[in-house]
Design a protein around this ligand. Structure first.
Ligand code: FDA
Length: 422
């Protein structure tokens, strides 16, 4: 059975659903295909079940600073055409209650399921045809001059387990590789390659980091501790730093600080963590010791009120500090105090790797933006072919930036396909 559509979208996630709704509502026939039986799964599990659906910091600003890509400026046009406030207007139209948590992050008061329902309702309004549990077997083009020039002619033949689809436009919205258990696949990259696109190697991003000898140092015993830190990696102009919360785990580190820095971290690079940002501990320890009879461990605890005792005890149990932990503060040599202070202000770690795609919230890399038009999301190599959302080499910071990219790129592509009248 052959179906004809103005636009076929592969991937019924965040970007795919929004694009489908907008194209359908313009009066075009649009089909949304997904190999998963249950759609919107990433939205459902996002933001701890409350979906951090956008970030207010993107309103009226150049948003490129919040994105990792070979060319972060690629995001500018799309984000300016459909900004955070545009998505908020949609959320309000559907009566979804939301709140700002911090740093501009907007979450549903209730459940992420409300965002899925909203997108489904928008699709229903656009009479979108759904094909779930639908495996796409192959995609071919009708490579004739008439197919390209006559807007009534299909350009693509999409063979699936549920029949053949002919479409004028094909939008690839298959997302990244994070959490394969709920439908992530490399299909979008393979399809892009078929049309000559290059792929920036996809890697796990917004992901916990692991370290060798973690348990040997006793850090595994700190699991569960969360505290605000300054974390940084890279050097020179490429150095990135975040002030966020760190979370100790049995196998390494996580929390917003580590998730953020993981998107900038490359194998072999070290990560620096300042456990007491804004306090020069070496100076405080050396300058404050004169005449002090209290033990070093007591002194350290009073100088670091935000650090849990469990963490400071582990620190003072490290071989280079252990012999001094119970000494009178005044008697501890300045060289030791300086090393101790520096070790807390600049804890340098060499990650051995990350938790990988299984535990990541995003994928760094993807379809190279150099071969995509930033104003339409259309391929520069194949007319009628579009890429939107996370399948592109665009990765947002933690905090609603990835969903906003999905919405903005989807809106741009939808506007572009609708400009070509049939
Ligand atoms: P998305 O992944 O949403 O959709 C892709 C769709 O394509 C899926 O439905 C999939 O089944 C389908 N597909 C894949 N391969 C296919 C194939 N071969 N054939 C057919 N269909 C195929 N972001 C944010 O801004 N705020 C947040 O709170 C969170 N929280 C969060 C938590 C967790 C645990 C994760 C894993 C991720 C987040 N994110 C996030 C990131 C966010 O979920 C992500 O960036 C967007 O969902 C990307 O939207 P896309 O539409 O591009 O892909």
């Amino acid at each position: 059975m052959t179906h004809f559509f103005h636009t076929v979208i592969i991937g019924a996630g965040a970007a795919g659903m929004l694009a489908a709704a907008r194209i359908g509502q313009t009066g075009h026939r649009v089909a949304l295909l997904d190999h998963a039986a249950k759609i919107g799964e990433k939205i459902r599990i996002s933001g701890g079940g409350r979906c951090n659906f956008t970030n207010r910091h993107l309103n009226g600003h150049d948003g490129s600073a919040y994105y990792v890509s070979q060319q972060p400026r690629f995001v500018r046009y799309a984000l300016s055409q459909f900004c955070a406030d545009d998505f908020v207007a949609l959320v309000e139209k559907h009566g979804i209650a939301y709140h700002e948590k911090h740093k501009g992050q907007l979450f549903c008061n209730g459940s992420a399921q409300e965002i899925i329902a909203m997108l489904q309702n928008e699709c229903a309004e656009g009479k979108v045809t759904w094909h779930t549990a639908c495996t796409v077997e192959n995609v071919e083009t009708f490579q004739t001059a008439s197919a390209d020039n006559d807007p009534r002619q299909p350009r693509f033949r999409i063979q699936t387990a549920q029949g053949i689809f002919h479409a004028r436009n094909l939008i690839v919205a298959t997302g990244g590789l994070a959490v394969p258990a709920i439908g992530a696949s490399p299909f979008g990259y393979e399809l892009a390659k078929q049309f000559g696109h290059s792929i920036v190697p996809p890697e796990a991003a917004l992901v916990p980091l692991r370290f060798e000898h973690w348990a040997e140092h006793g850090y595994d015993r700190l699991a569960g501790i969360a505290l605000p830190v300054r974390i940084s990696t890279g050097s020179g102009k490429a150095r990135m730093a975040f002030d966020e919360d760190l979370l100790f785990r049995h196998k390494g580190l996580s929390g917003p600080a580590v998730l953020q820095i993981s998107s900038y971290w490359h194998g072999g690079q070290t990560v620096d963590i300042d456990l007491m940002p804004d306090t020069d501990l070496a100076a405080a320890l050396c300058e404050g010791k004169a005449g002090q009879k209290i033990q070093l461990n007591t002194a350290l605890k009073s100088l670091c009120p935000t650090l849990p005792d469990r963490l400071l005890d582990t620190w003072l149990a490290l071989p280079e500090f252990a012999p001094y932990a119970a000494h009178k503060w005044a008697d501890v040599p300045n060289a030791v105090l300086t090393r101790l202070g520096h070790s807390l202000n600049r804890w340098t770690l060499l990650p051995s790797g990350s938790d990988g795609h299984k535990k990541a919230e995003a994928t760094r890399g993807g379809v190279n933006v150099k071969e995509i038009d930033p104003k339409t999301m259309q391929s520069k190599l194949q007319s009628g072919l579009y890429f939107i959302g996370e399948v592109i080499d665009i990765t947002g910071w933690l905090g609603g930036y990835n969903f906003q990219w999905a919405w903005s790129s989807a809106a741009c592509a939808a506007a572009a396909v609708c400009r070509e009248a049939v």
